[in-house]
Design a protein. Structure first.
Length: 406
């Protein structure tokens, strides 16, 4: 695709200058007319223009974040609601996108729409950016003629989903950093500090107390086998990663996470909130319930919950309600299943699902806050036992020697 510099008049008679991408001059003029601009001059930009486009390697291209998507969806909805043509909206979005990767993808999508593809089909070119949920909602909006409404719902969904992710990451960041620093400090003490004390103890002679001897033995073992420890950690990490990538292994591990005393409750509430928000958004947007459940199962983030949702989908295809197989799976709380049943019977399933999502998002807020509050004293207790035990073990022989001298 070549770049053409143009000058033309808008419908209001104003003179406008800019650039447009097209295969040739005729295609550029056609594009300008579609943008409601009457071209007076269209010239191809060459090397003499001083602008040389050098493609950036894929691994250096910035990733498209949820914030980029939300901004795009919000602005796009406003333009569609204002009555601008779809191609012109994509053209404007591609020109003003701050993320270079998003800008390049929007240009390709715009060209596909110009070639006759629907907006939803054009989004399939970039499945990593626009997932099944995104594309199905856009398709429902195009078919129903309510694309602006769907885009606003999609923006709300993306914002709430990102909020859930931030809450979980925020709850796990603090303890992870503290444990990592504690591990590094203890390792340095065992490798650098303990050998100095050990040499001093040998000069004084005598038998070391049991705690001190344990720390000295641990230091000796670590100095001679540190590479085995690192190799074992790498192998364990790789084994966990491989098992998590395997469907059966991930099913077992996800089930284990759900059974954890405190963290499992948080994971379950997050999954319930995400499932209800996703399905409620899709049902209210006109997506068929079977398609909605299939997409919800893939966005649940937990294989156990995914299996329960797929079982509910099979039950619906056989004539059953959604709530019955969900209740039998014993994955979702009873209150959720009962509220879904009420929503089905009253014909307000989407409203009920969004109410459940609102409730459980508040529950996640409280659960994450409680988890953080509970972990802080546990971390302090752990650090106190480890560091305090280390200090006591190192100074016990000194106390014993001082007592003997007295």
């Amino acid at each position: 695709m070549a770049v053409f510099a143009y000058e033309g008049r808008t419908a209001s008679g104003e003179t406008k200058k800019g650039e447009v991408e097209a295969a040739n001059v005729d295609a550029a003029r056609t594009r300008l007319r579609q943008m409601r601009i009457t071209p007076t001059s269209v010239k191809k930009k060459g090397l003499g223009s001083g602008e040389i486009s050098i493609p950036m390697p894929k691994f250096l291209q910035p990733k498209i974040t949820t914030k980029d998507l939300v901004i795009f969806v919000r602005q796009f909805a406003t333009m569609i609601d204002s009555g601008l043509p779809l191609v012109q909206c994509l053209e404007i979005q591609a020109q003003q996108a701050g993320n270079p990767t998003m800008r390049d993808q929007l240009k390709v999508i715009k060209e596909s729409v110009e070639s006759g593809s629907t907006f939803a089909d054009a989004l399939k070119k970039f499945p990593q950016t626009f997932d099944d949920l995104f594309r199905n909602l856009i398709a429902a909006g195009e078919i129903g003629g309510i694309l602006d409404t769907i885009l606003n719902r999609l923006a709300v969904f993306l914002e709430k989903n990102e909020k859930l992710k931030r809450q979980i990451k925020g709850a796990m960041t603090y303890p992870s950093i503290v444990m990592l620093v504690a591990g590094i400090v203890v390792t340095v003490l065992l490798i650098k500090v303990v050998p100095t004390f050990e040499q001093m103890f040998k000069e004084f002679g005598g038998e070391l107390p049991a705690p001190t001897q344990f720390v000295v033995n641990l230091s000796t073992w670590l100095q001679g086998n540190w590479y085995f420890m690192i190799a074992g950690g790498v192998v364990a990490w790789y084994a966990i990663k491989m098992s998590y990538n395997h469907p059966k292994g991930r099913f077992i591990m996800d089930g284990f996470f759900l059974r954890l005393p405190v963290l499992g409750d948080v994971i379950r509430k997050v999954a319930v909130a995400r499932f209800c928000r996703t399905l409620g958004t899709m049902v209210s947007s006109g997506v068929p319930i079977l398609d909605g459940l299939e997409i919800c199962s893939r966005t649940a983030g937990n294989k156990v919950i995914e299996a329960a949702v797929m079982k509910a989908r099979e039950g619906i295809s056989e004539g059953r309600s959604i709530s019955e197989p969900l209740t039998e799976a014993k994955v979702f709380p009873d209150m959720v299943c009962q509220m879904i049943s009420v929503g089905e019977s009253t014909g307000a399933l989407d409203i009920m699902l969004n109410k459940i999502a609102d409730f459980y998002e508040d529950e996640v807020d409280q659960a994450v806050e409680n988890l953080t509050s509970m972990m802080e004293p546990l971390i302090m207790l752990f650090l106190g036992v480890v560091v305090g035990g280390f200090v006591v073990a190192m100074y016990l022989p000194i106390f014993t020697m001082a007592q003997n001298i007295s």
